[in-house]
Design a protein around this ligand. Structure first.
Ligand code: SF4
Length: 294
């Protein structure tokens, strides 16, 4: 099956020891069957250390150590599995992060916003609607009657128009008959979510559909953030109703970022990337939270 990616995809490289919010801290990493088998065959040296770090409770995973660090993360932010036994011993999650895949009549890969380097690349790339063929992938076509690729293209077409961002957004809301909903209700839902960091719960209390920055660059970041969400969440919709639900979710996350930009006075790329990363890790990367908001 043909695999496509946004043009900016090829610019990604994990910044490892330079990463301030490493994905190897704070997340429990599940180990897939294939990797588990490989670790079992590694009898000596670092293989013994790996064996000691695996918990078989529920889904096999690495037991986090102090400060919720992956046990294989060294003091320089490098992975000791790679440095001791090689990259081919990484489990699927570690090899793939921060990538995600869309399967429709074609396969697509993207970069997830929860990674700070990915967030920086996505928000600084204006060509979010340019895709490139990057190879083949072993997967089956996923046929549904609904064509999420075409519908996504229509949203990108609106976003690409030569008028201000606010008007383009209004056109999307009006075309798909989506409204902001009630701020109080959204705030109640935000309050009920599960959070990795309780400080983010307080941060999200700044949500208001009335808050929107006026700066040109801030709006460009918001446009790219929305385009990313649409790419990630609407493409695999199985019917029009499902598409609308997913699009409403994307638009809510965009409004949340707009609110946070205003409350924090964020202007620089690094500031907006941080806020985008927080929304992504707290909402997008939690199935329960995504479901609650959809
Ligand atoms: S969050 Fe991104 S840049 Fe940071 S360690 Fe993970 S993959 Fe690398």
């Amino acid at each position: 099956m043909k695999l496509y990616a946004p043009r900016y995809y090829k610019n990604f490289k994990c910044i490892a020891d330079k990463c301030e919010h490493s994905c190897c801290i704070g997340w429990e990493i599940d180990i897939d069957k294939k990797a588990l088998l490989k670790y079992k065959k590694l009898k000596d040296g670092y293989g013994n250390i790996i064996a000691d770090t695996i918990s078989m409770d529920d889904t096999p995973h690495f037991k986090l150590v102090e400060n919720e660090r992956c046990p294989h993360l060294d003091e320089h932010g490098l992975c000791k599995i790679i440095t001791n036994v090689g990259e081919e011993y990484l489990c699927d999650i570690c090899r793939e992060h921060p990538r995600f895949y869309n399967y429709t009549s074609i396969a697509e890969v993207g970069l997830g916003m929860s990674c700070e380097e990915a967030a920086r690349i996505i928000l600084s790339s204006s060509d979010y609607d340019a895709f490139e063929y990057i190879g083949e992938v072993d997967a089956e076509e996923d046929f549904t009657d609904f064509d999420g690729l075409t519908e996504r293209g229509k949203i990108y077409k609106i976003l690409r128009q030569e008028k201000n961002y606010k008007s383009r957004l209004e056109e999307i809301y009006s075309k798909y008959q989506i409204d902001f909903g009630n701020d109080e209700t959204w705030l109640e839902i935000l309050d009920s979510l599960e959070y990795l960091d309780q400080k983010h719960k307080d941060l999200f209390k700044n949500y208001s559909s009335k808050n929107r920055p006026s700066g040109k660059t801030q709006n460009e970041y918001l446009e790219r953030f929305l385009a990313y969400l649409v790419y990630r969440h609407t493409t695999e919709a199985f019917d029009y109703e499902d598409f609308l639900l997913r699009l409403s979710f994307c638009l809510f996350c965009e409004r949340l970022l707009a609110s946070l930009i205003c409350s924090k006075g964020a202007k620089e790329l690094s500031e907006v990337a941080t806020l985008s990363r927080i929304i992504s890790e707290e909402i997008e990367y939690s199935e329960d939270n995504t479901e609650a908001l959809m």
